[in-house]
Design a protein around this ligand. Sequence first.
Ligand SMILES: Cc1cc2nc3c(=O)[nH]c(=O)nc-3n(C[C@H](O)[C@H](O)[C@H](O)COP(=O)(O)OP(=O)(O)OC[C@H]3O[C@@H](n4cnc5c(N)ncnc54)[C@H](O)[C@@H]3O)c2cc1C
Length: 537
Amino acid sequence: MTTATATLFNYSFEVRKPAPQAHVPVQIKRIVVVGGGTAGWMCAMTLAQALLPKGVEIEVLESPAVGIIGVGEGSTPWLRGFFDKLGIEESEWMPACHATYKCGITFDKWSTKPGFESYFHPFASMLDNLTMTQFVHNVNARVQGADVHAHPNRFFIAARLAAQDMAPKPDQHFPFDVWYGYHFDAVLLGQFLQKKAIERGVKYRSCHVKEVKLGENGDIASVVIDGGETIGADFFVDCTGFAGLLSQQALKTPFLSFSSNLFNDAAVAMPTPIGEDIPSQTISTAMRHGWSWKIPLTERFGNGYVYSSSFCSADEAERELREHLGLLDSDTPARHLKMKVGRVTKHWNRNCLAVGLSQGFIEPLEATALLFIQHTVSTFVEFLEGGDMSEPAKDRYNQRVNEHFEGTRDYIVTHFKTNNRTDTDYWRANASNGNLSEPLQELFRTWLSGRSIVADVTQQKLGKGYPVFSWYCILSGMGIFPESDQMRAPTPKEARYKMTEIDNLLARSALNFRKQKDVLAQIPPKRREDALQIYFW
Ligand SMILES: Cc1cc2nc3c(=O)[nH]c(=O)nc-3n(C[C@H](O)[C@H](O)[C@H](O)COP(=O)(O)OP(=O)(O)OC[C@H]3O[C@@H](n4cnc5c(N)ncnc54)[C@H](O)[C@@H]3O)c2cc1C
């Protein structure tokens, strides 16, 4: 067993400042982004910050006839870095988007193992350095059969805050930063970013792209819009959602489906009212043929059911969601959506970058889609500023983005694979699914043999999706331990950490936090520590 310390789990990452001296390849003078959903505007904002000062023109085209997907209400902590980098304060964007703070996600009813029916996946923080060693120690001991407490919830401040509807924003004098994500209204976020982007110099046209024209070399030369006008550019960004108009349809970039690993391909969504207290967590509850999300915004809850259409119809899913929400007799309208799960083989293909749903999608169980958008665009800017647009550079770029997708997919697959529900064919099929990547199979073998999974995660693609501590959380949270009748009394070394001491430490720490509704009423200014921009990855 390794004697892992918390630092092992935290990769510090400093957000790159725009590089004023970096050159943009001369062939890029004008970029057209097709699509004005969250992907289109996040992309436009990031490109604008890096490229407008260098004289590159950026124009967004958005169809008045095709709406945005309008869901996507949860984020990872990385969204904080997105706004920080753009110099936009929480006190400005959060109220405009009905946003709330998010400590993490509770997974309810994914396992039926006694004591493991629910667990919390926290966003890790500097404060968790005080309890991470104890968590890992206990989990390692329990995997080897020692009867010690190894459920994640009692080890992380975020779990305690979420349980009490507290915002993960400590008082100003508290010496630790606590990392967090957000919930927000997807439509309002898009509108906010659009307004900001236009203020910052991005051009915008409401028009429907009818045709994509390729040049003799096979690159995209222009797009033709309603009325016949041709709009040219040196580089195009495809943010047209699942349609993938430029990348998949025009350039014929192959799409790799994840349907053999991830069965869910549809969703139904509907809002419910929110009470006085505003929770600070997403709740993901296992349903008969998928799972439901419950996301608190300042004005309402966003709810939805992600399911597999191979196992249940849209009507059945809607009925089950209504029952779950107590809306069986309500006329609250439901929105039904189809999901295309997988990724393109080349996110950067020729003179086109696919961003957002057009590049691929993994079901929103860990709310990772906006992170993919951020990662895809900021890595692209990094490559552009490196000045290399050669095919080998594109290959390196695509490999990076693909590894991020595969690592994340494997983490999502783990939620389904480790379930022990037997109530429906859906859950049985997920538990017995043998279509797992080789790194994931290796990780399960390592875990079940009682060895450390650190090398499996950090040296393989798995670590490109989620850090080691998240793997510890999911496997311990789902109770992947020897059965209780196989447990033995711990040795003194294995039992060296007292849970009461951890409870007391977290209880004292929690005194420095306030209810989410009170914090949202007056969003505090940025803390000094925030400026360090440390990301736990
Ligand atoms: C059920 C569900 C739940 C989700 N939950 C989350 C979550 O919790 N967290 C998260 O991060 N993500 C989530 N997502 C993903 C998230 O919604 C998307 O990643 C995000 O909204 C970006 O979408 P987009 O901009 O790529 O596409 P869209 O919102 O579909 O936008 C497409 C744009 O392209 C334009 N367009 C299309 N065709 C044309 C044309 N011919 N000419 C001109 N313009 C055109 C449209 O007008 C529109 O502006 C979820 C997705 C689904 C399906």
